[in-house]
Design a protein around this ligand. Sequence first.
Ligand code: PGA
Length: 253
Amino acid sequence: MRRKIVAGNWKMNLTFQQARELALRLNTWVKAHKPIAEIIVAPPHLYLEQINKDLRNSTITVASQNVSAMPNGAFTGDVSAEQLLSIGTKISIVGHSERRAYHYEQDKYIGKKITHLYEHGMSPILCVGEKLEDREQGKHFDVVEEQVTIALERQDPENLKKNLIVAYEPVWAIGTGKTATPDQAQEMHAFIRKTIGNQHGLSVANRTTILYGGSVNAGNARDLFEQYDIDGALVGGASLNLDDFTTIISARK
Ligand code: PGA
């Protein structure tokens, strides 16, 4: 089922104390305001266990920012799906453009991460999005189609049907203050849904939750959420500020 989700990607920000405080203040707000949107926060790995405990009685879901493509073994510094699950984490972002850019992650490898998550009954948030030069050269649809198709090609359609979240995050809009216009975002979201439909059938496509990410803020969220194929947002910078993040959450009607 398409879900209304607002997710906060905290990236490599906040000390342990600051992260706990933000999570607790957000939880207090959620209890008081009972928003329509489901809320996800993705703190650094190091804090997942404690924040999971802090939010134990909360409706907020705690996600990981990344997961290994390997099941276990000699992979120094990596964290596996099984390990994440063992501390109560059930969702992971995969294929974020910062992982693609700084850690050279590629679509097939990202697909393996998704497979491991599904093997453990967990959910992926698959990030895709073109670079500025791709858009300028008119290649943005081809680039995103390839990212989606390769990452999902070996997945079991039953898993996809139950549990697939995609985030369209144009690289040129991430952390730049430059958001895609609602029309540009809608056009790509509809294209992603069509691509998934061509590959796995309409029953998967119509159940896929597609989030927009890239400089979402308190001022632009509402217009984005009015678009038919935009189910919610993956928010970076603005998720670190409680007022901004809760304004975005409230905009998801
Ligand atoms: P931003 O980041 O909201 O700071 O642009 C979004 C993301 O990278 O998920």
